[in-house]
Design a binder for this molecule. Structure first.
Ligand code: DX5
Ligand code: ZN
Length: 217
């Protein structure tokens, strides 16, 4: 079964955002990946609600929102109102992760926990049955266009095993440095959803890049 594909809008040309939105709408991609950064949790600031609202107005596919911010609890309802269909919060910033996950579900979104490269899969043992998605960072969060961390493959295998052992329904999403070479090995290792920024938007033919990532077999 092919993985879902979520192109990351962070890599789009923001002076021509409508073009990027229309391109993803017309493509074989499944979701929009939306990276929100606060300059505190990560050393970069991306965008917030005004851009989310522009996406909400024109996107015909689900907005998969990845919060790289220190206090996600404050904004759960506002992201729902701004059109988020799924909301990822980082394990590293949530003091009461179980509560945050329940609040996201209660607001009517898919609940996702994101883990940084240094966070072990074992940290998820007691939350794996509560989340819809685990977002595995395959680069350090903060920037698009970084090099894929190979160790991610081990993590995906361990995460898949944890999901099976726990009879969890969680899906595995891989974010960072996904390209035309590692897409297929990632799917074979157990990835259900791939995020791709640079590989889509730096391609001379983004629609073809999406087509390939959707079906790299
Ligand atoms: C990094 C973001 C990623 C990024 C992916 O902090 O979470 O979603 O936009 O971009 P690429 O595919 O270029 O690594
Ligand atoms: Zn992301």
């Amino acid at each position: 079964m092919p993985a879902l594909l979520a192109p990351s809008i962070l890599a789009a040309d923001f002076s021509n955002l409508k073009w990027a939105i229309d391109m993803i709408n017309e493509s074989e991609a499944d979701w929009f990946h939306v990276d929100v950064m606060d300059g505190v949790f990560v050393p970069n600031i991306s965008f917030g609600f005004p851009v989310m609202k522009a996406l909400q107005k024109h996107a015909t596919k689900m907005l998969d929102v990845h919060l790289m911010i220190i206090d996600p609890d404050k904004y759960i309802d506002e992201f729902k109102k701004a059109g988020a269909g799924s909301l990822s919060v980082h394990y590293e910033v949530c003091r009461n992760l179980h509560r945050t996950i329940q609040a996201i579900k209660h607001a009517g979104m898919k609940a996702s926990v994101a883990i940084n490269p240094h966070t072990p899969v074992s940290a998820l043992t007691d939350i794996i049955n509560d989340v819809d998605i685990v977002l595995v960072m395959s680069v350090n969060p903060g920037f698009g266009g970084q090099k894929f961390i190979q160790h991610t493959f081990d993590k995906v295998l361990r995460l898949k095993q944890l999901i099976i052992d726990s009879s969890s329904k969680a899906k595995i999403e891989i974010d960072g440095g996904v390209d035309l070479d590692n897409a297929l090995p990632l799917i074979r290792a157990g990835a259900d959803i791939l995020v791709a920024g640079n590989t889509v938007f730096s391609s001379p033919n983004p629609l073809e890049a999406i087509k390939f990532l959707k079906d790299p077999l």
